[in-house]
Design a protein around this ligand. Structure first.
Ligand SMILES: [Mg+2]
Length: 371
């Protein structure tokens, strides 16, 4: 089998009204992502999604398309898509970083490899280690009335784990988490994510008070780079510390383990630069005695499917303890799929077809296509 075409489709899908994501990075209102299709001489088509966030990875829709057209597509064209390891190496050699662009192409290679042998991607990764992936719903850093209403709405629907965005200011953050805890009652696990919004001193002050709310995990309290401060926060605060923005690559994950900065590494194919890259970090975490959790950049359907294949196959991604963020489609106006994924309220199921197990809906694609 040979790759004969690399198609990039820019899309722009708004988040649902009332479901936008407000974090210390800003408000995520609309998703300007890129869908890729790898065409082959055997008629099979591989699907991928570049879940781009300029404030997240520095990648933009036009930048992603330029990187693919100018650098990445030329190393894929004419090659056998089942040579995933070889092609990953080739993509890394022609352009640095661009994890979400590379992940889109790499997940399309896995999609083709699965379709070629009529097996789901999770089977190529060694098979299922769980039947379903527990998930949690995310509540942005909005005012108290709105966060209480969101928590109530998610719990009424049946959600059994929540994550609250913090990192704005300690007083507001404490009030917000307190409001969600009061709404949810004592039994619902609640995690917090500061998205780098605190400095080390503020983080310690806020976390000492947030402990009272029985917090499941403390995600990315401070900006990446200051490993000493992160390790200090972890030593001082007995809430498991999850590294997200600090852990894009395997070398970053390794540094976090060496300096004992984290209890949990947040992983997912987009941020890590592909499915195989996520698997590598999961193995690294296991070697270091840590666990992983499935994070998110609010994917649409294809990106979420890729996440679920990894999460269902990797024992290190401890979704039973730290539920996954496989929730992007629930927050968007459209998922771009013919058949929606089975997401929530408590668990997500992996799609069972060959490859990633999902198909693009041409009508949705026309509607949300940009340009
Ligand atoms: Mg996060």
């Amino acid at each position: 089998m040979k790759i004969t075409g690399v198609e990039t489709i820019p899309v722009c899908v708004p988040l649902k009204k009332g479901m936008t994501a407000l974090t210390a990075h800003g408000e995520h209102v609309v998703s300007a992502y890129v869908i890729v299709r790898l065409h082959t001489d055997e008629g099979l088509v591989g699907l991928g999604e570049a879940t781009l966030g300029p404030r997240w990875s520095g990648e933009t829709s036009r930048g992603c398309i330029a990187a693919i057209e100018e650098f990445l597509a030329p190393v894929l064209l004419g090659q056998d898509p089942r040579h995933i390891t070889l092609l990953r190496t080739a993509m890394d050699r022609v352009i640095k970083w661009n994890p979400f662009a590379k992940a889109a192409l790499e997940m399309a290679l896995w999609d083709l490899a699965g379709k070629a042998v009529n097996l789901p991607v999770y089977q190529l990764l060694g098979g299922k280690v769980r039947n379903a992936v527990p998930i949690k719903m995310m509540i942005g850093a909005f005012d108290l009335d709105r966060v209480k209403a969101m928590a109530d709405q998610f719990l009424q629907w049946g959600a059994r784990c929540l994550k609250v965005k913090v990192g704005i200011s300690p007083e507001e953050d404490i009030a917000r988490v307190g409001a969600v805890r009061a709404t949810a009652g004592p039994q619902i696990p609640i995690g917090i994510d500061a998205n780098c919004g605190w400095n080390p001193t503020t983080a310690l002050r806020a976390l000492r008070r947030l402990r009272d709310f029985n917090i499941l995990f403390n995600e990315q309290p401070i900006a990446p780079g200051n490993l000493g401060a992160l390790a200090h926060i972890r030593q001082q605060i007995d809430i498991p510390l999850m590294a997200d923005e600090s852990a894009f690559t395997a070398p970053e994950a390794w540094q976090l383990t060496v300096h004992q900065c984290a209890d949990i590494l947040s992983v997912y194919p987009g941020k890590n630069g592909g499915i195989a890259a996520t698997v590598e970090i999961a193995h690294l975490a296991r070697a270091a005695g840590l666990v992983c959790a499935l994070g998110s950049n609010l994917e649409l359907g294809v990106g979420t499917a890729a996440m679920l294949h990894v999460a269902i196959a990797m024992p290190e991604i401890a979704s039973e303890v730290y539920p996954a963020d496989a929730i992007g489609p629930l927050y968007h106006e459209a998922d771009l799929l013919t058949q929606p994924l089975a997401l929530g309220p408590v668990v997500a199921l992996v799609p069972e077809g060959p490859g990633l197990g999902v198909q693009l809906d041409e009508e949705q694609l026309r509607r949300w296509r940009e340009g």
